[in-house]
Design a protein around this ligand. Structure first.
Ligand code: PEP
Length: 247
């Protein structure tokens, strides 16, 4: 059985106090047993987050460098993330690709590094609007996965979650239709089965892009959508929990 997952990517939001309030509330809340919650706060708050909710929610970082240590001012490594008790890292978010020029080659190194540190990897992929309009979306996602992720070994894939996030849907209020999202998730699973047939049916594939309590049910009903990577709606505990209760 694949894991159902709802993961919150907070991006550059919340003060330390606001983050702690969120985690204290989550810690006291009733969470659906069959759904794994994950939250990716600012790296500044990883230690606090782990201390408050680590038994209930997986805490992770939004990014890391691919080297373990060294002269990389401003960066953090996956082994540092692991050392504070966090358990996951997001790699390849479209904001990292597009605003910080992260290439598939760089993302491939990050993906290797994250799983080698024993952390769970959420690897993001997704096309831009013009690529979908030009019917290039399957090709783009295939290239992102082949060049950034599919070098990992069968054993390493046990730590992998894929997030399909069409860039035109992120933070825009435009969600992919459930059937378009399902078509892409099914395509991704078929690519996985060509690389590692045994993991294709075990790997959770999340949808991301303006997922809210209003549309999560329809999306999560699709056979190849195993949950969501949530941006804006993950900042509010009740919206986040409503999404987690949408299976
Ligand atoms: C995201 O940034 O991963 C995301 C899905 O954002 P939003 O839910 O706000 O569209």
């Amino acid at each position: 059985m694949r894991k159902k997952i709802v993961a919150g990517n907070w991006k550059m939001n919340k003060s330390r106090d606001e983050a702690c309030d969120f985690f204290n509330l989550i810690q006291k809340s009733f969470l659906p047993e069959e759904v794994q919650l994950m939250v990716f706060p600012s790296a500044l708050y990883l230690t606090e987050a782990v201390g408050i909710v680590n038994n209930k929610v997986i805490i992770g970082a939004q990014n890391c460098h691919f080297e373990t240590k060294g002269a990389f001012t401003g960066e953090i490594s996956s082994s540092m993330i692991a050392s504070v008790g966090a358990n996951a890292v997001i790699v390849g978010h479209s904001e990292r690709r597009n605003l910080f020029n992260e290439t598939n080659t760089m993302l491939a190194k990050k993906a290797s590094d994250v799983v080698q540190s024993g952390l769970t990897l959420i690897f993001c992929c997704g096309e831009m609007l013009h690529e979908r309009e030009n019917q290039q979306h399957f090709k783009v996602v295939e290239e992102q996965l082949k060049n950034g992720l599919f070098h990992l070994s069968l054993e390493q894939f046990a730590k992998v979650i894929i997030a399909y996030e069409p860039v035109w849907a992120i933070g825009t209020g435009k969600t992919a239709s459930a059937s378009d999202a399902q078509d892409m998730h099914c395509f991704i699973r078929s690519l996985l089965s060509q690389i590692h047939p045994s993991v294709a049916h075990q790997t959770s594939i999340l949808y991301g892009g303006s997922c809210t309590p209003a549309n999560a049910k329809e999306l999560f009903k699709q056979p190849d959508i195993d949950g969501g990577l949530i941006g804006g709606a993950s900042l509010n505990v009740s919206d986040f929990l409503a999404i987690a209760n949408s299976f």
